[in-house]
Design a protein around this ligand. Sequence first.
Ligand SMILES: [Zn+2]
Length: 349
Amino acid sequence: MAELFDRLPFENLYWNQAETLTQEECRTLQTRQLRRTVERVRELPLYRSFFEENPLQDEDFQAPEDVRRLPFTTLTDLRAQFPNAHWTVPRHEIARVQTQDGFLTAFTRHDLQIQADLSARYLYAVGIRSNQMVQVSHAFGRAGLAFALQSGIDCIGAASIPAVNQIVPTNSAMITGYRTGQTANEKMEETIDALCALNADAICADAEFVLAILTLAQKLERNLPIRNVCVPATSTGIALRYPIQKDFPVKVWLHWEHPAFFGAGLAGECCRQDGLHIQEDRFLFECIHPETLQPLPDGEPGELVVTDLAHEAQSLLRFRTGIIGVFNATPCPCGRTTRRVQILGENDA
Ligand SMILES: [Zn+2]
């Protein structure tokens, strides 16, 4: 763990220098890692028949776009060979298996470092620093996400307040409560007491929970200290972020996570709140037409497809996330050089 936990942030603006690679540096890195990924997965039950019919070699991958020579992977493919057809290391090398949303995601020790680094990039970008205190309030059902965020907080050196057994309100009850002022419960009051007593700076939680707790605190006339709120870029998170920012003195920052990939850290917002920076040194991102499956250029919305480049314990090729988004390749004023993605919703087809 030493090399990631012990080093200082890059120029105090970005957590990792990888966030500012030139396009050429990034493409070279991606191509090299793509070749390694292909070697890792060649014998897996999930891909063996493809590579028997298509014996691709290193020279077939000269650019990141050559990923298009590889097959797509779907949730159905994974479920057909549940649980470990995509694991690439022997059992004794696995350090953790995270379960979330029907996925079993394996990690080696090195993968756990990468997970922490990816989460730290996002948390640092939204202003979390080592002198702050952050509550992680994701529920047991999203334990993978909670672990990933927790490791990012540890990586930065901030203090965490894990609360994974937090009650997450059902949408209807709490949203109704927000509008009518009818809901409150003892568990949430306890949380408000804790956040105030600890002078917590930030909270990582689902948007519904954030809205409920802010609403309850306001009703109780408690002055919550939190100023930064980190929420997943789900349809609810996207829908609620601006109303929450409008009604309460907090900034809401979106991050995109998928349980098949490290639990968190595929992409996250920066101070501009204008799209989520994708982590292109760790993943290959594509945008495809959801029906023709043909690649789409930046600026055109389509289904987001992700290929693992750096995950040791498992590797997914061209995993169809079912998420609709659009890439933006224009330079971001924050200085990060990675493309940004705007998440638009889920592909219901
Ligand atoms: Zn930016």
